[in-house]
Design a protein around this ligand. Structure first.
Ligand code: FMN
Length: 180
């Protein structure tokens, strides 16, 4: 199963990257093939490069998506929206799980707003979400997530639902191709 991680920001000094890297590592540990997609590799490209490889290829081959993002001014970062807007068919009928890494409410407003956006991409946002409040306090001196084992029980229902949809929708796309 292929489930890339789309990370939401290229802010200098960002602190949410520790969470994004942790989630990515946990997907790999569960035998999922997963690319880590960082928006700084795609930002500001010419219009003709708006569908840069490998993001288009990665998403075309994916069975689902995990988005890990901070919340900026009660919304999702522009960098994340730019990435999402650069593709369309590649997302269709695939599930997406959203992880917030931010301040007091762990990015919950960003998660709710992003759910509205991904529906327009014909994605299926899962019910489970993960929230990492006060994320700047969760980084160790190497910039990695402190005490990662603490979060493992919370990951299970998130991954369980995501994988269920990934398998079920893959079968659905194969058995019932849309518009063909
Ligand atoms: C422009 C800007 C706006 C922000 N707005 C919010 C916000 O609305 N809610 C929140 O929880 N944190 C907010 N934060 C703080 C981030 O949660 C904090 O920077 C955190 O470390 C995650 O973002 P980062 O990966 O960019 O560091 C904001 C940060 C920036 C730079």
């Amino acid at each position: 199963m292929k489930i890339p991680v789309l990370y939401g920001t290229f802010r200098e000094g960002r602190k949410s990257e520790a969470v994004a890297k942790f989630i990515h590592a946990e997907l790999l540990k569960r035998g999922i093939e997963s690319e880590f997609i960082a928006p700084e590799n795609y930002h500001g490209k010419q219009l003709e490069q708006k569908h840069p490889e490998p993001w288009k290829t990665v998403m075309a081959e994916a069975d689902g998506l995990v988005i890990v993002s901070p919340e900026y001014n009660h919304g999702y970062p522009g960098a994340l929206k730019e990435m999402l807007d650069s593709l369309y068919e590649e997302y269709n009928f695939k599930p997406v799980g959203i992880v917030g890494a931010a301040g007091f409410v762990g990015g919950s407003r960003m998660v709710e707003q992003l759910r509205q956006v991904v529906v327009e991409l014909k994605m299926v946002p899962i019910r489970e979400a993960l929230y990492f409040p006060m994320v700047w306090e969760l980084n160790d001196e190497k910039g990695e997530l402190k005490e990662p084992e603490k979060y493992l029980p919370r990951l299970e229902p998130f991954f369980k639902e995501l994988f269920w949809y990934a398998e079920t929708l893959k079968e659905g796309r194969e058995k019932h191709p849309w518009g063909k």
